[in-house]
Design a protein around this ligand. Structure first.
Ligand SMILES: Nc1ncnc2c1ncn2[C@@H]1O[C@H](COP(=O)(O)OP(=O)(O)OP(=O)(O)O)[C@@H](O)[C@H]1O
Ligand SMILES: [Mg+2]
Length: 258
């Protein structure tokens, strides 16, 4: 990039505030994520990491602040109690198509094959033809190393295999940003390694990711940046080496069990 060019963040949260009833979980989150960047979102249990990801793709409403995608306003906070207008709901649907999300629990349809699970959204949401959706799904299944399980039902697969299928399903929407919420915390160490390998490969492909994890070695290995959420705000932001160093305030080091 020429020195004079100003990089537009691919994803930007500005002053995002979220409350549940009287309890303000997020008190004004500011975060910029550049295209191709992998940002680890760290913080103690209950600090609001999942809530933040869910607000970003509007699975949860938030009350104040805004989210920009590729420099354009993608959503704005809506005061408590006011339901989304039809236009806002349509915008929320459009936004969710641009942000893939993978959860701790895989949420695959248990009786449908891996292929059918991965094809579903491209068919129904993107309106792709059966042939195109199938080719896309097969490509994504190959990307996560699951070819041999294409026709298996998730309930016959290990947790790691199911999680890789869930990643393929998110990728099949070709999202601009992938939000991953503790995707290995229900897995044993061997399955965790196989899923991490897939995430590292995606990072190598330049996919922009926000990665909530308690696994600090994984964050160090995989992320370009780490942020710590504490008391509703971004309390630290930098390279994983810098954030997870002695320079981090003692209170945060203790909370992260550093
Ligand atoms: N639907 C809800 N209603 C009320 N409070 C909620 C709701 N969901 C989450 N909270 C509260 O909001 C806070 C943040 O929760 P969140 O799940 O975002 O934390 P987290 O950082 O993801 O934690 P963990 O590391 O345990 O996954 C917690 O105090 C939680 O109890
Ligand atoms: Mg969480």
């Amino acid at each position: 990039m020429p020195e004079t060019a100003v990089a537009t963040a691919l994803l930007e949260a500005q002053g995002l505030k979220k409350r549940y009833g009287d309890f303000e979980v997020l008190k004004g989150i500011d975060l910029k994520v550049n295209k191709g960047e992998v940002v680890a979102v760290l913080g103690p249990n209950g600090c609001g990491k999942s809530t933040f990801l869910r607000c970003l793709n509007l699975l949860e409403p938030y009350q104040d602040g805004r989210v920009l995608l590729d420099g354009e306003i993608a959503s704005v906070g809506i005061p408590s109690g006011r339901p989304r207008t039809r236009a806002e709901e349509a915008a929320a649907q459009a936004l969710r198509r641009r942000m893939g999300m993978v959860f701790q629990r895989f949420n695959l349809f248990p009786h449908m094959s891996v292929l059918d699970n991965v094809m579903l959204a491209p068919r129904k949401v993107r309106g792709m033809s059966g042939q195109d959706a199938r080719e896309m799904a097969e490509r994504m299944i190959a990307k996560v190393g699951m070819n041999e399980f294409t026709h298996r039902a998730p309930k016959t697969l290990s947790g790691g295999q199911q999680q890789r299928a869930a990643i393929a399903r998110a990728l099949a929407m070709e999202p601009e940003v992938l939000l991953l919420d503790e995707i290995t915390s229900a897995l044993d160490p061997a399955m965790t390694r196989e899923v991490f390998k897939v995430v590292r490969a995606l990072a190598g492909d330049g996919i922009t990711m926000l990665l909530v994890t308690h696994d600090l070695p994984f964050a160090r290995d995989t992320a370009d940046r780490a942020v710590v959420i504490h008391k509703g705000l971004v309390a630290a932001d930098g390279t994983p080496e810098a954030v997870l160093s002695d320079a981090l305030p003692a209170e945060l080091r203790e909370l992260l069990a550093l």
